[in-house]
Design a protein around this ligand. Structure first.
Ligand code: 3PG
Length: 306
């Protein structure tokens, strides 16, 4: 009876929790939910006897791994796995997986919520603008990016993308215009939406050089990771481009400064909430649970990332 810990500081919707629990009950697994914890030490403690852990943005670092000697697998219920120490996990023969694509529609829908909020001046009653006919640039065209393209077309937007890792033809097949150069994407579009993972190649890659190409009145929307932005450079851009906007569901470290100096041009949700829908929680949570059962019962390692 493998012991599974579902460690979600930001809990899944109840309907997802019930379904995950029922799946593990049927498989005869011992599943425990550990939610809204106060510190990393509590997570270390809770993970001690786990053989499998499901997480969201929860941090699986060396301390967690060192103190969980029975741990065999960690599944990140979601796309990005920058919150897991992959090397330390590999050293201890702990398999790490993600569940790509399962929450991408939720993230893409939130982007349009943010864009409309921005375009309508925070719903303050003044005349705003419409998305129809505007140009949106998708920086990195993965699962979320392709959902953004689909929805943007429904709004009547012109859709552009830049992603050197995805074949041009497959992006074009979605009716999206591919720009080979990221600077061109930033210079062309009214809205640029970020979908880069956070890794050693992308951290702080959204910098002054790139952002200085953006048009006056352009909006940068970030539902990827705060780490991909160079925050000092972002401040310079706010000062230089007096109609630039930045909206995100991941508050930057310099949120207080931005809100104080440029409050009318930035907006941050209280919590990271792109993937926070019942549907995304069910999709990602169930996928994670099935991947754990498949791993223990049949040794399946699809979606292994380390
Ligand atoms: C992801 O990487 O899947 C998203 O950023 C969602 O993260 P969350 O599960 O912490 O909401």
């Amino acid at each position: 009876m493998p012991k599974v810990l579902v460690a979600t500081d930001k809990p899944f919707a109840k309907v997802a929790v019930d379904q995950i629990k029922s799946l593990f009950d049927h498989a005869g697994y011992d599943c425990r939910f550990f939610e809204k914890y106060k510190s990393q030490e509590e997570l270390v403690e809770a993970a001690k006897d786990a053989e499998a852990i499901i997480i969201r943005s929860d941090i699986i670092d060396l301390e967690v791994l060192k103190n969980a000697p029975k741990l065999k697998i960690v599944v990140r219920a979601g796309a990005g796995y920058d919150n897991v120490d992959l090397a330390a996990a590999a050293e201890r023969n702990v398999v790490v997986m993600n569940t790509p694509g399962q929450n991408s529609n939720a993230v893409a829908e939130l982007i349009f919520g943010l864009l409309v909020y921005q375009a309508r001046n925070g719903f303050n009653g003044t005349a705003g603008t419409e998305l129809k006919g505007k140009k949106i640039g998708i920086h990195a065209y993965g699962n979320v990016g392709s959902n953004v393209a689909r929805i943007a077309k429904g709004f009547g937007m012109e859709v552009y993308a830049h992603d050197p890792y995805v074949p041009k033809e497959s992006i074009e097949a979605d009716g999206v215009q591919v720009l080979d150069n990221s600077a061109e994407l930033y210079a062309t579009c009214d809205f640029v939406s970020l979908h880069l993972p956070a890794n050693k190649y992308t951290i702080k890659s959204i910098n002054y050089d790139l952002l200085s190409h953006m048009k006056a009145d352009a909006t940068l929307v970030n539902t990827a990771r705060k780490e991909v932005i160079d925050e000092d450079d972002l401040l310079k851009i706010f000062a230089q481009n007096e109609t630039f906007h930045y909206i995100s569901d991941i508050a930057p470290d310099n949120k207080a400064t931005l809100e104080k100096d440029y409050g009318s041009r930035c907006f941050f949700t209280l919590k990271k909430m792109g993937a926070q829908t019942a549907e995304a929680n069910i999709n990602a949570g169930i996928a994670a649970a099935k991947q754990i059962i498949g791993f223990f019962e049949e040794g399946i390692t699809t979606f292994k990332v380390n």
